[in-house]
Every structure is written in C-alpha cells, then in structure tokens.
Design a protein around this ligand. Structure first.
Ligand code: CA
Length: 421
C-alpha cells in the first residue's frame, strides 16, 4: 500500500481496528451527550462537536449535533474528506491543543467502553444484493440443481431486491425469534410457529453519499463519488419461512424481522489502499456493467457465535474480495433504469462466502442445510442459531507491515419468540 506513514501521539493498542489510517464516522451518546457525531482512534471516540467548538474543524458545527450522520454526509465528499484529513493531522500534531490541554482532551476523547454507539445513519431505502458467486452457487446446489447451480441471469447482472429499513438496528441489540408460516416436507399444509432455522448472513453494506434525481444513472466509473463508506451487516434470515414464501416474488417476512449494522462507517478513502482484483467476469457483461482497475477490497471477515454464558467460537472466515460484483457495478445496475438514490440509503452485498467450506457466510452453507452441525467451544452443537446466542461479525483490512483499518463489531442476540399469539 502506498499510504504515507502517519505517527499519532495517541497510544493505540496493537491490532486495533481504529488506527490513524482509519478515522471512521459514527454517532454516540453518554450521560452528558444526547447525540454527537464522532470518529474513533484506538480505544477512544473523538467527539467532533467538541472538536469543532474549539474551532479545529472549520465546518458548521450543527452537523455534528445530530442524531444521524446524514447531514454530515450531505456536506459532500470533498468536505468530509477534508475533515477526515484534518482529524488525522490533529492526532499527529504533537503541539495540538488536543494533546496539550488535558481538560479539553477529556471532553473530546472518551473511552469507547464508556459510551453507547447509536445508529449511524437514517436509512431511507435498503437494497440487498446477492453478489457472491460462491454463496449463490452453494444455495443453487442445495435447493435446485447441483450441476446448474446458478440461474441463467446470475452472471449477467447483480441480482437484488428491495428490503425494509424499519427493522435495521445498530450492533448490540437483541430481537425476538420470528414466527411465521413454514411448510414441512412431510406435510401437505403449512404450519405456524417460531422459525426453527434462524440464520445469520455475513454481509457488508455501503451507504450512499450523494443523492441523484429520478432518471439519472450512475456509471461504474463515477460510482465511488456516490458511496460514502461501508459497514458490516448481518442480514438475519429465517430459512424455513423463506423456502415457503419466496416464490415467485422473492424474500419477504423471512428477512424483514431484523438486520444488524455495525456503528462505524469506514470511508471509501480509508479502504482505497486495500483495493484488489476480483473474480474474472465471464461471460463479458453489457457495457454499462463493465469497469476497469482493481475494484474489489481485501476485507477479512469473521463470524463468531457466543451462546448465553459461554465463550465465543469462530465459525467462519471469509473475505469481501470474493464478491463477484463490485459495489460500483451494483450501484450502476441499481440506477441504470433511472431509479434515484438518496444520502443514507443502504445497499447490502448479499451473503459473502468464499470457495472453501470454512469461508461460507451463513449457517445454511456452513452446516449444509443442517446436515453437518458445527461444534462450539462449550461442547454444544449448532445447525442454526439458538435462543440466547449472540452472533458477532468482525471485519478488517491489514497490510503485511501491520497497518490496519477495521470495522469493529456487528453483534446481536436472539431472544425467544414473543408469546403474544
Ligand atoms: Ca441477504
């Protein structure tokens, strides 16, 4: 990677996701602050409202006193980029008032463990893609034809559907096991009850950084101008409900009961040094989907399951570089018909699986539809996710010389189904 070396005066633990090269954005609250936009460095959050109150960022302070990042993002990428660089330079400046004035420092730098991270963006519309070739192949093998796993359209366009934003929550939340219709293989009629096949989906998502008008399309070349940054995303799914309901219009209640977002938005600028080559795309795509250069990103991804009162077990190690379609292609496809996008819209990758069985991004694939249960550290087995389980996604980029840019955690816990009918 070709980034200039940066030296900060702040002590950063080794393997911290929040190195000086990251500087992500989020929103926090604590006993004294209702909601302020913040960044992160090492174990600390950086209160950007307070930093600006001292005149250090030279931007309308109001954008930092908001519940969501949307107004900040609307400043435009050239401005938010400038602010990110300014924060980096303050953190590297030995003479900075943030270093020398300890009273001020205490107001600005707060331990991450002492604050609550809030939903980073007000999500308008949520779209979920299906762009991992290894995932789509696994699912096709299981549910359709092992010889012809991919449907005819798959290698010609990034398949996607419109999801629901209302039930997307920030990391740390818990939710009920969903109920719904399922049709057991040995039954003529559907039955009703809590899902028996609750699953995670290891995904990332990008957040739209610039709105378009109806009728406008975004090219693959210009797409990065419209992407503010990325988050980790767990697109919770109820497989038994999904199998019965999805024909012919696609996923519905199997998906919209809960999804989990990581609180830090890592900017495309921070991820740029980790761009890498993706899968070769054969057959050749239509011109509007073609792109040049390295547009994939080497983001190491992990999933861990933590049963109630037990330690966590890592069950999956995947990588964002396995995506067949890039974010730029997804956005070009999404808007090729003139569909408008808005700041704060969320576009999820789809489950990210790699070619090896340890790299599969869902329990459906890891246990091959429940036929090969996983053993956890506490001795228990899982075919799917149990009540009381916490599922944790982690993701980070790292160079050989240890420069790291990460997302932190995306974690959520399953409660028993609600007993109201
Ligand atoms: Ca999904």
């Amino acid at each position: 990677m070709s980034t200039q070396p940066l030296n900060t005066w702040i002590q950063i633990p080794q393997n911290s996701d929040f190195s000086i090269y990251n500087i992500p954005f989020g929103v926090y609250s604590d006993d004294t602050v209702k909601h302020h936009v913040c960044s992160a460095i090492g174990d600390y959050i950086i209160d950007l409202f307070e930093l600006e109150r001292a005149g250090l960022l030279q931007v309308n302070r109001e954008v930092f006193d908001k519940k969501y990042l949307n107004n900040f993002i609307k400043l435009g990428k050239s401005k938010t980029k400038e602010i990110r660089l300014k924060i980096q330079s303050i953190l590297c400046d030995e003479k900075s008032v943030l270093k020398t004035d300890l009273v001020f420092q205490k107001k600005v730098l707060k331990k991450q463990s002492a604050v609550t991270m809030l939903m980073p963006v007000k999500i308008g519309d949520y779209t979920d893609f299906y762009s991992s070739v290894d995932h789509a192949t696994n699912v096709g093998k299981m549910f359709r034809d092992p010889e012809n796993a991919l449907l005819p359209n798959w290698k010609h366009l990034p398949v996607g559907y419109h999801g629901r934003a209302s039930s997307i929550q920030v990391s740390g939340h818990s939710f009920h096991r969903p109920k719904g219709q399922q049709k057991p293989a040995d039954s003529e009629k559907p039955v009703f009850g809590p899902t028996k096949l609750l699953d995670f989906e290891l995904e990332t998502a990008f957040i739209i950084g610039k709105s378009t008008q109806m009728g406008e399309s975004i090219s693959t070349q210009k797409a990065d101008e419209y992407i503010f940054g990325m988050v980790l995303f767990n697109d919770w799914s109820a497989r038994d409900i999904q199998t019965w309901e999805y024909v012919p219009l696609g996923p519905f209640l199997a998906k919209n009961f809960a999804s989990t977002l990581s609180p830090w938005v890592v900017t495309l600028d921070a991820l740029e040094p980790f761009r890498t080559k993706g899968y070769e795309q054969i057959p050749q795509l239509l011109p509007y989907l073609q792109y040049s250069g390295n547009k994939n990103i080497d983001i190491k991804l992990e999933v861990l399951i933590k049963p109630e009162n037990a330690t966590e077990t890592k069950v999956c190690e995947s990588n964002y570089k396995y995506m067949y379609y890039t974010m730029e292609q997804q956005l070009a496809h999404h808007t090729i018909n003139g569909c408008n996008v808005n700041v704060g819209d969320l576009m999820a990758s789809g489950t990210i699986s790699g070619p090896e069985s340890r790299e599969f991004g869902s329990m459906l694939e890891l246990t091959w539809r429940g036929s090969k249960p996983l053993k956890l550290n506490d001795g228990s087995e899982r075919k799917f996710i149990n009540d009381g389980d916490t599922v944790i996604l982690r993701g980070y980029c790292q160079t050989n010389n240890g420069i790291r840019v990460g997302f932190g955690e995306c974690s959520s816990t399953v409660n028993p189904a609600k007993n109201n009918n």
